[in-house]
Design a protein around this ligand. Sequence first.
Ligand code: ZN
Length: 241
Amino acid sequence: MGSFLNVVASRTVEERPWWGGERSRCDSCGRELTALELIPIVSWFALSGGCRSCGAKIPLRYLLVEVGGATIGSLIAWRWGVSVTSAFAAVVAAGLFLNALTDLYSGFVYDLFAWGLGAAGMIMRIGGGWSALLDGLLGAGLGFAVIAVIILVSRGGMGWGDASLMAGTGAALGWQLIAWGLYSGFMIGGVIALGLLLFRRVRRKDAIPLGPFLAVGGIVSMLTGTWFYSFLGMSVSWPWG
Ligand SMILES: [Zn+2]
């Protein structure tokens, strides 16, 4: 899934079609890649991170994205096994992963993917009945409202794409997990931004895209939310509880 979502994200950003016979090629020499060269993670190591024909380096991000996808998938399987919750979580994680990648590659959140995540979340919530649907609406409202307030107060610190992304994420996660997800995302983003400042990889006025951190916060919240709320003495609603 990580490898596939990477292709979808890259082709979206480059405005190329996702499907329709286009084969994967070396970014440098354009040679069509064989099936053996497209095995996630394994191929990167087997090829020593370079193209067999032209020797151009295969960007490390391919490996990182594949390892990231495998890690998230493994955590979901470990957390919920074969269950409705796992299926729900896998769809939500895939949506968040895709939004994080397009934001990293282009600096933009694509509304299509943000709203698509929300729509998928609401459709899956039908299985949990009215209370689950209401939870999705509250989550979408909360996610959107928090970012909207920040945009209005900071006058341009964040984009409306981030508000779309958090509305979609909230619809999928519900109000409790989006609250914990926003908190986690801001904390992770803050710590990493501080690190980048300390190591002088960015300057104080540089913009760092927040979308990927919010997406990671959503995934962290999904995996840890029930523990966090049970620590507070609260239970979390369908499908996470
Ligand atoms: Zn090549």
